[in-house]
Design a protein around this ligand. Structure first.
Ligand code: T4K
Length: 369
């Protein structure tokens, strides 16, 4: 826990308490707390409309969502994925007894590099697990073209991608599955939570059963599942959050713009370019610390701490250097020069609605030196 003065990398969005209370009172009155009850169904319908999709499964968190989406592959085999991500991404592969294969990322969008993906495909490859990272979108057209050519599934870890759009459409409409996180630190949160968006009805119905221990309506159990259900409290919080998301993203956009204006001029600091045709959610503000800067990204992180600013090094170290992944195919840093270089240089600085101009000035001035 940080003291009140520390400027944190993010703060959770909280809906006004008076808007949550009537929903909580309803839960207390009806005593329906979970098992796909009223608010869970309402949030599901609302999000389907929001994303323009038909098949969505709400889950208790994105880690379980990824595990379930990958379970549809029916192992064994390899899954091509990125080293530049949160550890839940490769963990979801291992939980399914599948083998992660790491390939390098694109230096502009921070997602999987399609050329490297195609080179890594073997007869054992089952799927591509790509991540829309830190407010960018990976090269979905190229990745999906490769997947179609080699008859592979595409699963997007869209944990960071709520409300992100490409060509005016929600990015979670892409791929066979997109898995969102509604964790406290995300642009839209249900305290803990997530969703799996499925392209087709068959997968949607299957995942709907699998997230409830594989039980179908008539209590038949035909396949392995687990309990990944979203509870009514989380669903109610989500419904109360939704009307405020657009304003929150607009606040983030303004903070992003101010950082870009000021930090874009600092020698030795590189920014991740905004992508044409993509509507970002401004969920993170990563900066890259170049050799000509007066210190390394680690040293800058420590320096910011002395000023009461807690930045975070998402994602450093790469997941592929963790001991349990370092012997996987493709995990050698030599195979991952772009991801290694970005991970060595990255620092995510505070961005969230409610970050005051004075606090933002302190962050900027502490970096300017
Ligand atoms: N795929 C990707 C690409 C992901 O990034 C993630 C999760 C997942 C999959 C899996 O999604 P979930 O299964 O979680 O739904 C956080 C989150 O725990 C994690 O959800 C997230 N990615 C990851 C990138 O970051 P930490 O260790 O950075 O969180 P923490 O507790 O340090 O929080 C960051 C800051 O936020 C702190 O400075 C304090 C502030 N904070 C945090 C919480 C939880 C608050 O002010 N209030 C809070 O309640 O992991």
């Amino acid at each position: 826990m940080a003291d009140n003065k520390t400027i944190l990398v993010t703060r959770p969005a909280m809906p006004p308490l008076e808007e949550v209370m009537p929903l909580l009172e309803q839960i207390w009155r009806t005593r329906f707390l979970t098992n796909r009850s009223h608010f869970e169904r309402q949030l599901n319908r609302t999000l389907c409309a929001e994303f323009g999709v038909e098949h969505l499964v709400l889950v208790a968190n994105a880690t379980l969502g990824l595990m379930l989406a990958l379970r549809t592959l029916r192992g064994p085999g390899e899954v091509i994925t990125t080293p530049f991500t949160f550890i839940a991404t490769p963990h979801s592969v291992l939980w399914n007894n599948l083998e992660p294969v790491f390939v390098d990322i694109d230096r502009v969008n921070l997602g999987l590099d399609p050329v490297q993906v195609e080179r890594a495909i073997t007869p054992r490859t089952r799927a591509i697990l790509a991540v829309h990272c830190l407010g960018s979108v990976c090269d979905v057209d190229a990745l999906e073209a490769i997947a179609a050519k080699h008859n592979l599934k595409v699963i997007y870890d869209a944990a960071h991608a709520f409300a992100m759009e490409m060509g005016g459409e929600s990015i979670v409409r892409r791929g066979d599955f997109s898995v969102l996180s509604f964790h406290a630190t995300k642009v839209f949160n249900t305290f803990e939570g997530g969703a799996i968006v499925c392209r087709n009805a068959e997968d949607g119905q299957r995942l709907d059963r699998m997230m409830d221990n594989g039980i179908s309506g008539d209590l038949t159990v035909d396949e392995l599942g687990l309990n990944a259900k979203m509870n009514e409290f989380s669903a109610a919080v989500g419904l109360a959050q939704l009307p405020h998301v657009a304003d929150a993203i607009e606040s983030r956009r303004r903070i992003d713009e101010r950082y870009r204006e000021r930090l874009g001029r600092v020698k030795g600091v590189s920014l991740i370019d905004r992508m044409p045709g993509i509507r970002s959610n401004f969920s993170y503000f990563p900066i890259l610390i170049e050799p000509e800067f007066r210190m390394t990204s680690d040293e800058l992180n420590q320096h910011l701490l002395t000023k009461g600013i807690r930045a975070r090094r998402y994602f450093h170290p790469l997941v592929s250097v963790q001991k349990m992944y370092s012997s996987c195919r493709g995990a050698s840093p030599k195979n991952l020069p772009v991801a290694t270089s970005i991970s060595d240089r990255i620092l995510c600085i505070p961005i969230y609605p409610g970050l005051t101009s004075a606090e933002q000035d302190l962050v900027i001035e502490s970096i300017e030196g």
